[in-house]
Write a protein that binds this ligand. Structure first.
Ligand SMILES: [Zn+2]
Length: 309
């Protein structure tokens, strides 16, 4: 049993040792794999920097057993409309921070089933992926994507963008990984990280009593494979600690975004009066969304960062 869990003595962010124990989430992902750890793993918040992380956590062996099993479904490439919208939005945000002359080359670190890479490739970028999971790797290769499970296969300074899309929260050693990623970035390149937002509106509204009974815990999603739960503050501090400078941080996703906001303004065979009113509504919905997201309470939290000089 002892090799199934790992206890952390120092906070992964500030290295202090005083933690407050939090209520263990009621809903677990991969319960069939992790159930023997019940009562042995838990959730804590560092009293100094407020980082929330799993401690004790499942050991690397236990996590690998989960990732290589049949129940983890994050590997498949998805092509839903809302997914495409999100990918477009991400790419737009990233591109704003790139010099127009910079080559469009992107490395997706933790490519999963390759959904994001496929989309970026379709947008005319040269793309590569790193994916250590066998199933994800297989899916990527079936889609004809250039993806490897060996970091040594990737050339130094060859990507203008490196993305970690819902990967960072799975990492036990984020600072080490951030240090390693630096070598792949071309000069003037940017790093994009997106994680679930522990301060999202849905998380804040979630009542522990209900969260413990429903199939999703809005406060601590995907427990216990999300090893850390980041806020805007702790994510920024983690990057700073590893020598990165945050250029922009934002929240994305309302949860119901695809029902509220359309990317393109309405253009149809509507009469000019109807078209004007429909345009007004379209703008109003965009303003509402932007206000919501600017409050820092969107579903996901993302940062664009560059290495400190
Ligand atoms: Zn800390």
């Amino acid at each position: 049993m002892n090799n199934c869990i790992e206890s952390i003595k120092k906070c992964p962010l500030c290295k202090k040792t005083a933690f407050k124990t939090l209520l263990t989430p009621g809903h677990w992902i991969g319960y069939e794999v992790f159930k023997e750890l019940e009562g042995k793993i838990g959730l804590v918040r560092c009293k100094n920097c407020q980082l929330i992380f799993i401690n004790s956590r499942p050991s690397d062996e236990k996590l690998s057993a989960f990732y290589s099993g049949n129940t983890y479904s994050c590997h498949e490439a998805t092509c839903s409309v809302s997914m495409k919208k999100k990918e477009n939005y991400i790419l737009k945000q990233i591109t704003k921070h790139l010099d127009p002359k910079t080559p469009r080359t992107l490395l997706d670190y933790g490519a999963g089933g390759g959904g994001f890479l496929l989309h970026v490739r379709d947008c005319g970028w040269e793309v590569k992926g790193f994916e250590p999971g066998k199933r994800g790797l297989k899916h990527c290769k079936e889609k004809g994507l250039d993806v490897t499970d060996k970091l040594d296969d990737l050339a130094s300074e060859s990507f203008s963008v490196v993305t970690l899309n819902h990967v960072f929260e799975h990492l036990a050693n984020p600072i080490e990984i951030l240090n390693g990623i630096r070598r792949f970035l071309a000069p003037e390149g940017v790093l994009y990280i997106e994680v679930p937002n522990v301060r999202s509106l849905r998380a804040q509204l979630a009542i522990p009593f209900l969260s413990r009974r429903f199939p999703v815990d809005e406060r601590y999603r995907a427990y216990p494979i999300h090893l850390m739960y980041y806020s805007n503050k702790t994510l920024g501090q983690m990057l700073e600690k590893a020598g990165w400078k945050v250029k922009k941080s934002m929240t994305t996703g309302l949860g119901l975004e695809e029902f509220i906001v359309r990317d393109e303004p309405p253009v149809s065979q509507l009469s000019s009066v109807k078209k004007a009113s429909s345009l007004k509504k379209w703008r109003f919905r965009h303003i509402l969304r932007d206000i919501f997201l600017s409050l820092g309470i969107g579903e996901n939290l993302s940062v664009l960062a560059v290495p400190e000089k």
